[in-house]
Write a protein that binds this ligand. Structure first.
Ligand code: HAM
Length: 409
């Protein structure tokens, strides 16, 4: 046996039922909110991420699956969607609005643990070409409703604004001074970051005590960023999306400005507990070579964590399992199954056309059918025997009545 790589998962039934539900709800909601589908490469030039996500971020410093391909180029398995999507937006010359939804695996070389995988799966929205706070409000509301719709309990939304790059010049100096004065009391990582990426120290758990009284970006917003943030808050209030301001929320990727946010849930507790996150990233386009600024905001939700926070989907996997009691009726049964499937019912049967009635009943139970329809001698009169598997109740009914019964369920 060749083992699975550490930090990767085979997602199979019964667990995959929750995945199917999550991906369906995401796809359906994205369509309803006006997001088109984007299918993106899983492999990109390394430079896209080092410049886009940021040279001094943990993702780029330590976690990338980077290698040289046979043509001698440095390539990287995507650790996230956003940089690739913005690359494609710029390349297509698209200067207008574009709302995209994407779903797929991401790769980060991390120490695997609960909810922290080396290959993990994100569903992602990017609202490109829009500077107004309405876009921020929409992606946050969408993410909240997505978690609600799949049955995640105790959803928490943390919200912050880190301001614009110009606001951060002065602020960065203040924070650096504050940290330098306490250099001996902070972690090695934090000391190293004072010069390279001081903002990241704000959400360092190891330095929580020192950081508690540090100056925060929220108190140093320029008037435009402050007004933007007020509008985001007012919009979320109006839509009934609860949130909590966390002035020390800064996120792990460098491309953000203004709004940043993260989701959690009481039903998912782990060292890394964020179910998703995102924010506005107006600087990203120019970081990766756009001549024009690209205003944009987006979110990525971590599916591996969300499914752990979801309850088992209730209900039956199949509406009906068709049991062939009279083997002369096998072809009729097959045709009937096909007709019901075409009408949208979830129906299965013994395609081997060889198992005993007993074995077929066993399969019906194993695959979670709500009922069994037995096709036997009375088929020529349009009659089958319908047995409800939960109650054991059994009656002779017409084929039409079976379909009517499924419709009513
Ligand atoms: P991120 O915070 O790096 O943001 O990742 C988003 C979510 O992906 C996390 O909240 C978490 O649920 C999940 N995630 C991240 N790493 C892992 C892992 N190793 N194992 C399991 N789940 C993980 C981004 O990726 C940005 N691209 C979000 C964004 C979109 N910003 C703007 N647009």
């Amino acid at each position: 046996m060749i083992p699975r790589l550490k930090g990767t998962d085979d997602i199979l039934p019964p667990e995959s039922a929750r995945w199917r539900k999550l991906l369906r709800v995401f796809d359906d909601m994205a369509e309803r909110y006006g997001y088109d589908l984007a299918l993106m490469p899983a492999i990109e030039s390394t430079e896209l991420f080092s410049r886009g996500v940021g040279e001094t971020t943990e993702v780029v410093e330590k976690q990338m699956y980077t290698f040289e391909d046979q043509g001698g180029r440095s390539v990287t398995l995507r650790p996230e969607f956003t940089a690739g999507i913005v690359r494609s937006y710029i390349a297509s010359g698209n200067q207008g609005l574009l709302k995209l939804a994407a779903a797929g695996p991401q790769f980060r070389y991390e120490q695997p643990q609960k909810g922290r995988r080396r290959q993990f799966f994100q569903v992602d929205l990017e609202y490109l070409g829009e500077a107004a706070p309405g876009a921020d409000i929409e992606v946050i509301e969408f993410s909240y409703r997505l978690l609600e719709s799949v049955g995640v309990d105790g959803i928490g939304v943390r919200l912050n604004s880190i301001g614009d790059a110009a606001d951060r010049v002065a602020y960065r100096g203040l924070l650096q001074d504050y940290l330098r004065e306490r250099q001996s009391a902070i972690s090695q990582d934090a000391q190293r970051r004072i010069e390279s990426n001081p903002l990241r120290v704000l959400d360092s758990k190891a330095d929580a005590e020192v950081v508690h009284d540090a100056p925060v970006p929220l108190d140093h917003l320029g008037p435009e960023a402050a007004a933007h943030f007020d509008q985001v808050r007012a919009g979320l209030d109006r839509l009934g999306v609860p949130y909590e301001i966390d002035p020390r929320l800064v996120r792990g990727l460098d491309y953000y400005n203004r709004t940043v946010f993260e989701f959690s849930a009481t039903s998912f507790e782990a060292a890394q507990s964020s179910l998703g996150g995102g924010g506005r990233y107006d600087p990203l386009g120019e970081l990766i070579g756009s001549k024009h600024p690209v205003a944009a905001v987006g979110v990525a939700m971590g599916c591996d964590r969300i499914v752990e926070a979801m309850a088992e989907p209730g209900g039956h996997r199949l509406d009906l399992y068709v049991v062939v009691a009279d083997r002369d009726r096998t072809a009729d049964a097959m045709e009937w199954v096909g007709r019901m499937r075409a009408r949208g019912f979830k129906v299965d049967w013994d395609a081997s056309a060889s198992r005993s009635v007993k074995a077929q009943f066993k399969a019906a139970n194993r695959f979670g059918a709500a009922a069994v329809a037995m096709v036997g001698g009375e088929w020529s009169d349009g009659v089958v025997s319908l047995k409800l598997l939960e109650t054991g109740e059994e009656r002779k009914v017409s084929v039409e009545e079976v379909e009517e019964w499924m419709k009513q369920r």
